[in-house]
Design a protein around this ligand. Structure first.
Ligand code: ADP
Ligand code: MG
Length: 567
């Protein structure tokens, strides 16, 4: 090896290594899944790159992953003939955590959270998980299509630094050797490895092979010494999971595949697998994660599906096929509608993309509708992603009724901060003669709940939605009606309770207004320019007065947002 240098891991990597080794011990077998997942990704990438340039295969186009072990030496080796890495890539990929936001995320974790394996998995344990079982890892790799002298060897004990050196490497692709810790030698075992491959990597399309040693026998059934021959046996199912018929895929397989696709560590909440033929042909396998990724609200956070064209992997995070308000959905889209050499730029121009997007969006919304039948699971979903879904009516006018069905609110019916009431629930409880859906927007649940605007509604037993998320006013400005009933902000404009109020009540109110004209005049004079108008109201039952906005004015919440934005 020449041109050898020793480099330090990025600080975050050191932190991650430390956290991982301590929090994932009881899950340590997942290291194999991570290695295979990376090897499969590398094969996908080579297949894609070779579409343009067949020579990258270097005459070996049969993509595969091989796993070997050596019980005596205590090693496990995972090898692929995928895309490989050059020196620069090795340093960047196996020396840092490239994904943005991870550093901040790590900093935010409290001591308790750091012990939580599921949180660690939030940014994908990935390659570094090898150090849960290994006290040294060697990576030998060469980028497909490069010179044989351009191989790279990476070595590390996972303790803060790694070395890289140039090596001669005949084949392209990557070979990772894990030198097992003495308490992890159980993994250098044929049976153990095989069952782990089946458990975690059955759904990987690339064949995962393991050597099978056979010995010839003489007439008496004795093994003939020196007659061992090794054949490679494919251990996994090796067909793309989404291509298989629904009925033949088990829940465990769907969950395992999710972890591969989403780089997540924990189970998804639900999924939806659809094969669509006819005018628009595509297969989609969409998942709702059980937890929010740390970059859910970041502008450039990873989102979108893994895109395949006729089973050939094209790109990760293809965000063109789902609207922003469904950005939490993960999964795979495979279609023959696009050409194999499609790029991100071309996707933006292809009219078929819009069609597929609208179809996939419907699938996504249907999946949520189904999930809503399971109240507990849906509540988990809502608590995690509800405020993202609330962006929907503004972004997707055509589907706003469907989205509205999926919304959940706090209301005066439960007076609880948990958002768990649907608009259908509300409508089911409407008073006789009530034609509108009443709501109030405030900065906090308590402010909404104790608003004087609610007094008359509480007295009359009319339910009001208590909106208190930052996005709620924005949401309501795009929701005009649901099921034919208009939404009314109880803090704005004239209060019209419609037919809920009897004629007599109305008359009595008018009389009071007349009788108090003098008082109104004096109050108006006292407040002067600060108010537009002073009126006698029947909104209040306990409070003497309240501030009301004209019907078409921007609400308080929006005003504050605009002010904060310097407008
Ligand atoms: P992720 O897979 O989520 O990107 P990992 O930590 O698993 O994160 O891997 C980090 C990076 O290292 C990968 O994105 C990839 O670029 C590179 N890498 C890891 N294993 C391989 C491999 N077998 N072949 C090529 N590149 C690899
Ligand atoms: Mg990975």
């Amino acid at each position: 090896a020449t041109h050898e240098e020793t480099l330090g891991f990025q600080t975050e990597v050191k932190q991650l290594l430390h956290l991982m080794i301590h929090s994932l011990y009881s899950n340590r077998e997942i290291f194999l899944r991570e290695m295979i997942s990376n090897a499969a990704d590398a094969c996908d990438k080579l297949r894609y790159a070779a579409l343009d340039n067949d020579a990258l295969y270097e005459g070996d186009s049969e993509l595969r992953i091989e796993i070997e072990h050596d019980a005596k030496a205590g090693t496990v080796t995972v090898r692929d003939n995928g895309v490989g890495m050059n020196r620069e890539e090795v340093i960047a990929n196996l020396g840092t955590i490239a994904r943005s936001g991870t550093a901040e995320f790590l900093k935010q974790l409290s001591g308790e959270q750091q012990k939580d394996a599921r949180l660690i998995g939030q940014f994908g344990v990935g390659f570094y998980s090898g150090f849960i079982v290994a006290d040294e890892i060697t990576v030998r790799t060469r980028k497909a299509g490069s010179d044989q002298a351009e191989g790279v060897e990476w070595r590390s004990k996972g303790e803060g630094e790694f070395s890289v050196a140039d090596i001669e490497r005949e084949v392209h692709g990557t070979e990772i050797t894990l030198h097992l810790k003495s308490d992890a030698e159980e993994f250098a075992d044929d049976f153990r490895l095989k069952s782990l491959v089946r458990k975690y990597s059955d759904h990987i399309e690339v064949p995962v092979r393991m050597p099978k040693v056979e010995t010839a026998q003489d007439e008496d059934g004795n093994e003939i010494e020196g007659s061992e021959t090794t054949t490679w046996e494919t251990v996994n199912e090796a067909t793309a999971l989404w291509v298989r018929p629904k009925g033949e895929v088990s829940d465990e397989e769907y969950k395992g595949f999710y972890k591969h696709v989403a780089h997540d560590f924990s189970d998804p909440l639900t999924w939806s697998h659809n094969k669509v033929e006819g005018k628009l042909e595509y297969t989609s396998l969409l998942y709702v994660p059980g937890r929010a990724p740390f970059d859910l609200y970041e502008r450039d956070g990873a989102r979108g599906v893994k895109l395949y064209v006729q089973r050939v992997f094209i790109m990760d995070d293809a965000e063109q096929f789902l609207p922003l308000y469904l950005r939490f959905i993960k999964g795979v889209l495979d279609t023959r509608e696009l050409s194999l050499n499609v790029s991100r730029e071309l996707l933006q121009q292809d009219p078929k993309v819009e069609k597929i997007k609208s179809a996939v969006t419907k699938r996504g919304l249907d999946m949520l509708k189904k999930l809503a039948k399971d109240k507990e699971a849906y509540q988990t979903f809502w608590n995690t992603f509800g405020s993202v879904l609330k962006e929907g009516p503004a972004e997707d006018f055509a589907n706003r009724e469907k989205i509205a069905e999926l919304l959940r609110f706090s209301t005066t019916h439960t007076d609880s901060t948990t958002q768990d009431q649907s608009l259908a629930d509300y409508i089911g409880r409407m008073q006789e003669g009530q034609q509108k859906i009443y709501y109030i927007v405030a900065d906090s649940f308590n402010a909404a709940k104790s608003s004087p605007h609610l007094e008359i509604f509480r007295k009359k037993g009319i339910e009001v939605l208590l909106l208190h998320d930052r996005i709620d006013e924005w949401l309501m400005s795009h929701l005009n009606e649901f099921d034919g009933k208009t939404f009314v902000d109880v803090a704005k404009g004239e209060l019209d309770l419609g037919e809920i109020e009897g004629e007599e009540e109305k008359k009595a109110q008018e009389e009071t207004a007349k009788a108090k004209e003098d008082l109104v005049k004096r109050v108006k004079e006292a407040l002067g320019e600060d108010v537009q108008e002073v009126k006698v109201t029947h909104r209040l039952t306990d409070s003497p007065a309240c501030v009301v906005l004209p019907e078409h004015e921007m609400g308080f919440q929006m005003r504050r947002i605009m002010e904060a934005a310097g407008q």
